[in-house]
Write a protein that binds this ligand. Structure first.
Ligand code: SF4
Length: 393
């Protein structure tokens, strides 16, 4: 199992330049769908059940090497390792926050693009059990140019493949399993009880619905109960609001959570920070949300990053309350994680609570959620930015 290169209390950059130079040429086996994997192994003269064993080893056990697939014969393992690699991600940096709750990895893809993945650890709060959430990227860069987002200021590079999306969860699974094993040794977890990653959020670099087909396929892989087995209700897809794709997603019969990055209650304010609003105005977006909620029966989550003196006034809270009135939804209020590129300051906790009070007047449930990992640049795209500073990449 791969373990994090650093879990120090101070954020630390590790293996940077060496990792950037290394690369493997073999195709990643993660790019094969389950059907394609089965067909490929049958072509190699193997029985169908071998494909099930390989699938389980990769996605459930999260093995890092074909040598670790103990249910397979040695010649078969060798043959696989001569034709495929398991992952196409190469770790460039790994940092952990001072409170150990959040780790962030920077990965280099085969073509040199850099993407970020975050692992957030939550203690049981009495209502919910301990959980580990992987926050994953779906694109290298992003074309949508939200002004508060470091990724948006880097421009679009390319869509990630299904294998590159799923590989991020497998990497986090290896880390989570390693931590479970340490807890078992310390007697804090029942022997044999591996929890691993419990939740996945599509909130890293890129707009997931702009990479629609690969993202939906990746969700089905994550959800496979012979593999990673992440329950659909433990998967959240966050979008700025691409209306045609939201309506298409409503027809996929996935029970995932949909989160909309709203960040403003009206077109004038939203267009200042989110250029996509000029194509899909707020009223049209909320209409699409009603259709989505009606078709799926699922509650919609709204992400509202609070930007000081930009979108955090009481008047804006009440406007948001009126806009969402009658929609089955929940609002997450997030005081912004300042980026060195963004022009905005953080809304303080008192003002965030006042805003929440404004929503309550309209019966809209909300939570004030502090972003994790402030000390490790855990905001979307910030670690890549830091790596470029450090590595000159
Ligand atoms: S917030 Fe999301 S959609 Fe907007 S620029 Fe950043 S990555 Fe793209």
């Amino acid at each position: 199992m791969t373990t994090p290169s650093s879990t120090s209390s101070e954020p630390t950059a590790v293996d940077a330049s060496e990792a950037l130079n290394a690369s493997t040429a073999l195709p990643s086996i993660l790019e094969l769908s389950r059907d394609r994997l089965t067909a490929t192994l049958i072509e190699l003269g193997e029985k169908k059940f071998r494909a099930d064993q390989v699938w389980r080893s990769i996605y459930y056990e999260a093995v890092a090497s074909f040598d670790d697939m103990s249910t397979l014969s040695k010649p078969f393992r060798k043959s696989l390792s001569e034709q495929y690699s398991i992952s196409s991600l190469e770790q460039v940096m790994f940092v952990t926050s001072a409170d150990k709750s959040t780790s962030k990895a920077l990965y280099k893809l085969r073509d040199g693009e850099l993407i970020e993945t975050v692992l957030m650890r939550y203690e049981s709060d009495g209502h919910r059990r301990n959980r580990k959430t992987a926050c994953i990227s779906t694109q290298a860069g992003c074309a949508l140019g939200c002004t508060f987002c470091a990724t948006g200021q880097q421009g679009f590079r390319r869509n990630l493949t299904v294998g590159e999306i799923v590989a991020q969860v497998i990497e986090m699974q290896r880390i989570a399993y390693a931590e479970d094993e340490v807890q078992m040794e310390q007697g804090k977890r029942t022997k044999g009880e591996l929890q691993g990653v419990t939740n996945v959020v599509f909130m890293g670099m890129g707009e997931p619905l702009a990479n629609y087909r690969n993202v939906v396929t990746a969700i089905r892989v994550l959800n496979d109960n012979q593999g990673l087995n992440i329950g659909a209700r433990h998967i959240t897809l966050s979008t700025v609001g691409l209306i045609p794709q939201i309506l298409q997603l409503a027809e996929e019969e996935l029970q995932i959570n949909l989160a909309i990055s709203l960040h403003a209650p009206d077109n004038a304010t939203r267009s200042q920070t989110m250029p996509i609003n000029q194509r899909y105005p707020v009223e049209d977006l909320i209409r699409a949300c009603h259709k989505y909620a009606d078709a799926t029966g699922r509650r919609i989550f709204f992400e509202y990053v609070l930007l000081k003196e930009q979108n955090d006034s009481m008047e804006q809270a009440q406007k948001l309350g009126r806009l969402l009135n009658g929609l089955h939804c929940h609002v997450n209020l997030i005081p912004v994680n300042p980026t060195k590129l963004g022009p905005f300051d953080r809304t303080d906790m008192g003002a965030a609570k006042d805003f929440q009070g404004g929503l309550k007047q309209y019966g809209i449930p909300s939570t004030v959620r502090m972003e994790k990992g402030i000390d490790i640049n855990a905001g979307c795209g910030q670690l890549r930015e830091r790596a470029i500073d450090i590595l000159g990449a």
